[in-house]
Design a binder for this molecule. Structure first.
Ligand SMILES: Nc1ncnc2c1ncn2[C@@H]1O[C@H](COP(=O)(O)OP(=O)(O)OP(=O)(O)O)[C@@H](O)[C@H]1O
Ligand SMILES: O=C(CO)[C@H](O)[C@H](O)COP(=O)(O)O
Length: 435
């Protein structure tokens, strides 16, 4: 698809690609975006140079705020200090925030939420803050583990897992997300994964985009209602185990038995409380073992299916011909593929009670720059200029999944989030704002 924003003369200042392993919201100064002769929408939201913008971190305005006890704080002794501001935060006007958009990203632990959100932050463009919760100048990412009602010891004594709704303060979660959506600040509890304890609350101010990620963003009906866009990352057991082994053995010193036991012990609660959220998500990314290698044991080659609910405010990405069912094997001169090749599928389907469009990518890409060839065959990608999807992948080639369908689908979902933001607010985010 060639968007109306295409301009061969367009010049982009690229920032350094965020290093893999950087915090969920990568700090990148925004560059200028010259769109040549491209007409600018009247309501174009143009970030000013970082130095002339009020820094969210240096805002002292919240000290003038009157704080009130947040409903739900009475439900856990650990949440007694949880507060919300009585009035709309001064940060709203100071940072030119009109209407915070709230996005929910649900998945089990270790299923790639942080990795995915790094792509999202690159597309929205945001500078990262230090601290427990990444609060960028455009996007904030709240981890819902912060609403655990008990510390690790408490959960062990009560014999509940963190996945059990009993172990989470949904009332507080809802009230705080509602307050942020209304433009109010909150003093949110912190769950400290290093100590397993609940730390004193931290200040979270409203932002253009607030992502709530974790085990249960869509579990509670009122929370679900608040969310403007929802995503579920659905890993098959085989892939989940492979990723867990890779991370928890290599980086966290767990043994294989340990990891397998932990996955098994969480399974009943995962199936009861986390997994069902995928039914209602606007987009689901299924990550499965490949079909291209019979009896594949390595689980390194992935088959990724992007399920896009038809009934949303953004149009589904399609391959070639909207609504048709298409299998596409693009290997050849235009797309270099090593073993076992690459295969696309697109078509309509039903997912629980919803009509969805499915875009499937099985296999890996050998040369990322050749993704432009794939991009040319995709439509409704919500890109703002020819090659934007490929450019986003090339920005961070070493991030997990860049060379397969996970990276491609991460970028496509992030572009849909940006489109949704523009629809909700009536503002335009400059393409490549993060560069
Ligand atoms: N697309 C991908 N391809 C391969 N590996 C991936 C991919 N996405 C994530 N991983 C790996 O899986 C592991 C977990 O990823 P990540 O930390 O993003 O998950 P998470 O859901 O945020 O985890 P947690 O909730 O436990 O913090 C990491 O080792 C990461 O490198
Ligand atoms: O499922 C999880 C989400 O990240 C964690 O296991 C849960 O938050 C408890 O954390 P910890 O194991 O550090 O006490």
């Amino acid at each position: 698809m060639v968007s109306a924003f295409v301009s061969a003369a367009a010049s982009v200042r690229f920032g350094a690609a965020p290093a893999h392993g950087a915090p969920a919201v990568c700090g990148q100064a925004r560059g200028t975006w010259a769109v040549g002769s491209t007409p600018r929408p009247a309501t174009l939201w143009m970030p000013t140079a970082p130095s002339s913008r009020p820094s969210r971190l240096s805002m002292k305005t919240e000290t003038a705020t009157e704080w009130v006890t947040c409903p739900g704080s009475e439900l856990s002794p650990h949440h007694a200090d949880a507060k919300i501001s009585a009035d709309v935060s001064l940060v709203m006007a100071a940072n030119n925030i009109e209407r915070p958009m709230i996005i929910g990203v649900a998945a089990d632990s270790g299923c790639g939420k942080s990795t995915f959100l790094r792509r999202v932050s690159a597309i929205f463009g945001t500078k990262v803050s230090q601290g427990h919760t990444p609060q960028g100048d455009f996007m904030t990412v709240i981890c819902l583990d912060d609403f655990h009602t008990q510390d690790r010891k408490g959960r062990a004594a009560a014999k509940v897992t963190a996945l059990d709704p009993e172990a989470n303060n949904f009332e507080l979660m809802y009230q705080m997300c509602k307050a942020l959506k209304e433009g109010k600040s909150v003093m949110k509890p912190i769950y400290n994964h290093e100590t397993g304890k609940i730390d004193p609350p931290e200040l979270i101010t409203p932002n253009h985009v607030v992502v709530v990620e974790g085990l249960h963003p869509m579990y509670d009906a009122r929370m679900k209602e608040l969310l403007d866009f929802t995503v579920y990352l659905d890993l098959s057991d085989e892939v989940k185990i492979a990723w867990k082994i890779q991370r928890d053995m290599a980086e966290r010193g767990h043994t294989l038995d340990n990891i397998l036991a932990s996955i098994e012990s969480r399974r009943p609660d995962f199936e009861a409380y986390v997994d069902p959220q995928k039914r209602d998500a606007d987009m689901v990314m299924q990550i499965l073992p490949t079909n291209l290698i019979p009896d594949d044991t390595e689980k390194k080659v992935l088959r990724v299916r992007l399920l896009q609910k038809e009934e949303t405010d953004v149009d589904a990405v399609y391959l070639y011909d909207e609504g048709s069912t298409i299998d596409w094997v693009p290997c050849g001169k235009k797309l270099t593929c090593g073993y076992p090749g690459i295969k696309f599928h697109y078509g309509p389907d039903n997912y629980f009670d919803n009509e969805v469009s499915v875009l499937e990518v099985d296999g890996s890409f050998a040369k990322l720059e050749e993704m432009i060839y794939v991009e040319t065959h995709l439509n409704n990608t919500s890109t703002k200029f020819y090659g934007e999807m490929t450019q986003q992948l090339l920005k961070n080639p070493n991030a997990p999944g860049s060379s397969n369908g996970t990276g491609l689908c991460q970028v496509l979902i992030a572009l849909k989030m940006r489109e949704m933001y523009e629809k909700i607010t009536g503002r335009k985010v400059l393409p490549n704002a993060a560069a």
